[in-house]
Ligand binder design. Structure first.
Ligand code: X2X
Length: 338
């Protein structure tokens, strides 16, 4: 059998296309808008898995006009650096905890108040409802754009290399890493702990070198960032819920023609909803596999923590900071606090 010259050429052309990375094939010719999306989480976390799908869907539906490049795992700097880059326009998209964002937008910390939300149902009602709308408006005033649906981080648990945390008393003097945010520091000061503000990019090594004895994060992060390699105990406290606002630089967002903005927002929000389901499932099932890897779990006595926060005036202090209006918006979902 002889191959015609044409079919040989066709086969050769197909082979050379197949040798190119997929992103180059799809992005030909060069996209009109190439935007960077940066975050602080491991590439294996659902945030990055869903973001990858999202970027592909945006590239396809905009017919190659919008190319979102993902920079996971603090590749472009720690959270503090990335927030500055987002404001300056060096990166166009960034996902950030409302509590860390509160260094710029004080009101954004309200969704992470200690023991405010009893379960995910209440979280999503509040965040997709009036409380979320209130925070997004505050973010808008600071010159950033927040997409409608916040992405999940989860309910946070305390890990330690030295001892299980059973009650609030066990936190006295405990050297714990907290993210860079006044509310986190205030909360662990109320427990009489010794909180150290450290960006997530430095957490693994801070635990490994024993700069701190513990940290707190949802199970999906403990697992994907492999914090179990440097932490022995995990105390289930559910002491607060945390989520990631999907933020855009205002000028970069406004530069997109309206039809492209609609497509991009649609896919970011849809990916966020899927990411929520993934994270909730991981947070519900990871205790088993982390135990198999050698972590020792205990169910902490949540009431002791909540009472300590009340006694220390934590709720009174934060109510005054957020103001009556925002506070009653939160209590509409959480029930009476403090
Ligand atoms: O820094 C953390 O602990 C993390 C990853 O949970 C946040 O981004 C708030």
């Amino acid at each position: 059998m002889t191959l015609s010259r044409r079919s040989v050429l066709r086969t050769a052309a197909a082979a050379s296309v197949a040798a190119l990375p997929m992103s180059q094939v799809l992005a030909q010719p060069k996209a009109e808008f190439t935007y960077k999306y940066a975050n602080n989480l491991p590439v294996t976390h659902p945030m990055n898995l869903r973001a990858k799908e999202m970027a592909a869907a945006i590239l396809a539906e905009t017919k190659g006009r919008v190319d979102i490049q993902i920079f996971p795992a603090s590749q472009l700097g720690n959270d503090t650096d990335m927030l500055s880059q987002l404001r300056a326009g060096g990166i166009e998209f960034f996902t950030l905890s409302g509590l860390i964002l509160s260094t710029l937008v004080p009101g954004a910390a309200i969704t992470g108040l200690g023991f405010a939300f009893p379960d995910y149902d209440t979280v999503w009602k509040a965040l997709d409802g009036d409380l979320g709308a209130h925070v997004r408006k505050e973010i808008g005033k600071a010159g950033l754009v927040a997409m409608d649906n916040i992405w999940d981080n989860g309910f946070r648990q305390i890990t330690s290399s030295t001892k299980p945390i059973q009650t609030a008393d066990d936190l006295k003097g405990f050297k714990i890493r907290v993210p860079v945010s006044p509310m986190w520091t205030s909360m662990f000061k109320a427990f009489d702990s010794a909180p150290a503000s450290i960006n997530f990019a430095e957490v693994y090594s801070a635990l490994q070198t024993k700069v701190v004895d513990g940290q707190e994060n949802p199970l999906a992060i403990i697992d994907t960032a492999k914090l179990n390699e440097v932490q022995k105990y995990c105390s289930v406290t559910n002491h607060m819920w945390d989520g990631f606002w999907f933020l855009a630089n205002r000028r970069a967002w406004d530069r997109l023609p309206a039809d492209l903005r609609t497509i991009v927002a649609k896919h970011i929000n849809a990916a966020g909803l899927k990411q929520r389901t993934d994270v909730a499932a991981m947070n519900a099932t990871l205790q088993k596999s982390l135990t198999e890897k050698g972590m020792v779990f205990n169910n902490a006595k949540a009431d002791t923590f909540r009472n300590r926060l009340r006694q220390a005036g934590f709720y009174t202090e934060w109510k005054a900071k957020f103001g009556d209006e925002a506070w009653s918006l939160l209590e509409r979902y959480s029930g009476k606090l403090g």
